[in-house]
Design a protein around this ligand. Structure first.
Ligand code: GLU
Length: 473
């Protein structure tokens, strides 16, 4: 779905950075250091295919910043992977973590393959070999650099990574923290899978609850009844659509790379997902109409457009035709700097990727903390809270002579489980980050858009930690 742009992805991140840097007080040297990619590891290794042939893999791991340890960021499997893309995505991770106060540096990895063209066994060999290359060069470890899922990877790949790492580092007590997004049985945390989509929902909901912002856009407050278009039905797009639908929004269009479908009365993402699984395509979904080209979805009349697939999909060519009032970047880098300028002119609000999709890394942080503490969240306090809640409720009922309903009883008595704590930590993170960025934007009227305000927040936080580290010899 990506298109040609006048400059590379990394250059476009630099452009957005420079645009924001002028609203900060840091000297040029510090800004240059924050912008630079610290370490780039490009590797080549051979893999024997199932048919006996040998194929040379092209893969990367980039650590953009080590101002905090470990570095953090996903690994993507995609044919579009190249050094520039991985560098840009690693830089976005640095800024993303800073904005949501997750104490990590930024990193990203990628293997240039289309996973659909490989068998499960081949993918396992590729993932394990990639991991051992990272171990050899000290590019992975719970205190060094902690990968996670990204486009084209998921729990299965993370399980292979942790297993390979553990086998190469026997006795390392915190080894499970070398990667996040693992299956629960391998040290994962409940709530990680839906985390990015839920974070996207929390972030947009917070903006939609800001009456002044909504008035300016000519929209009503709240997410209920909003017409939403989602591009991409992968893990992020699927869960984003799910949370919007569950909270009363209408998903009028879903797009995937083979096409897009439209239904003004709203689509159910799970039914569409099952249809795609069965037929191999999103198209011809009962009750919906097919759009001629998948990118037509981006130009539909709607309240919120959510690109949740790849970078550069909204650019100088098509931004002028976008009719949405809000563009919410669930993917990394879906809008180019030219598109940003057009949105400013047209009064479209773009909620930027590097904070909006930070739910994944936020919950990764919770998973990593769980791995280092070697205990499940809620294990110590769940029963204590339930006993205490029962006691308080009993006292209230006795003193008032009234009894609460059975439904209320269950709700009040409930002691927090792991997933409750993870979701609540995520909600708190997204809500406060949204407010922080909006405050920066409102307090400086010359800041042109929300992306620039988000970058200002990120630059200030990274700069402070560089200065406090005293790392300038
Ligand atoms: N790949 C996700 C991202 O781009 C998650 C990264 C992580 O959990 O480390 O934010």
């Amino acid at each position: 779905m990506s298109v040609k742009t006048p400059y590379s992805f990394f250059e476009s991140v630099e452009k957005s950075f420079d645009k924001a840097a002028q609203f900060t007080k840091w000297e040029d040297g510090i800004l240059q250091q924050i912008k630079a990619c610290n370490s780039v590891y490009r590797m080549r290794f051979p893999i024997k295919r199932d048919n006996g042939s040998i194929e040379v893999m092209e893969a990367y791991r980039v650590q953009h910043s080590q101002h905090k340890s470990p570095c953090k960021g996903g690994i993507r499997f995609s044919e579009a992977v190249n050094q520039d893309e991985v560098m840009a995505l690693a830089a976005l991770m640095t800024f993303k973590c800073a904005i949501v106060n997750v104490p990590f540096g930024g990193a990203k990895g990628g293997i240039k393959i289309n996973p659909r063209n490989y068998s499960t066994y081949e993918l396992e060999k590729i993932t394990r070999r990639y991991t051992s290359e990272l171990v050899k060069k000290n590019f992975i470890g719970p205190g060094i650099d902690v990968p996670a899922p990204d486009y084209g990877t998921g729990e299965r790949e993370m399980a292979w990574i942790v297993d390979t790492y553990q086998s190469l580092k026997p006795g390392e007590i915190d080894a499970a923290g070398c990667v996040t997004g693992k299956p629960i049985t391998q040290g994962g945390v409940r709530g990680r899978k839906e985390a990015t989509g839920l974070g996207v929902f929390f972030g947009i909901r917070e903006v939609c609850n800001m009456t002044e912002v909504m008035n300016k856009l000519g929209l009503t407050t709240g997410v209920e009844g909003k017409k939403v278009v989602v591009q991409g039905l992968g893990n992020v797009g699927y869960h984003t659509a799910k949370f919007f639908r569950e909270h009363g929004a209408m998903i009028i269009c879903l797009a995937e790379y083979e096409g897009a479908i439209f239904n003004a009365a709203g689509l159910n993402e799970e039914q569409v997902f099952q249809h795609r699984k069965k037929t191999g395509s999103i198209l011809n979904f009962p009750g919906a109409s097919n759009l001629a080209v998948n990118t037509d979805a981006l130009e539909l009349d709607c309240d919120i457009l959510i690109p949740a697939a790849l970078e550069n999909v909204i650019n100088g060519d098509n931004a002028q035709r976008v009719k949405a009032k809000i563009i919410a970047e669930a993917a990394n880098g879906p809008c180019t700097p030219e598109a940003d300028e057009i949105f400013i002119q047209k009064g479209i609000l773009c909620i930027p990727d590097m904070y909006l999709n930070a739910g994944g890394v936020t919950v990764s942080y919770f998973e990593w903390l769980k791995n280092l503490s070697h205990v499940r969240y809620g294990r110590l306090e769940k029963r204590f809270s339930e006993n205490m809640n029962a006691h308080i409720l009993g006292q209230i009922e006795e003193l008032s002579g009234k009894m609460v309903s059975e439904k209320e009883r269950l709700f009040i008595m409930h002691g927090a489980e792991e997933v409750d704590l993870v979701h609540s930590g995520l909600e708190e993170t997204m809500v406060s980050a949204t407010r922080e960025i909006m405050d920066i934007w409102i307090s400086n009227p010359s800041i042109p858009d929300m992306r620039t305000a988000a970058y200002v927040s990120a630059i200030n936080k990274v700069a402070i930690s560089y200065v406090e580290l005293g790392i300038f010899p």
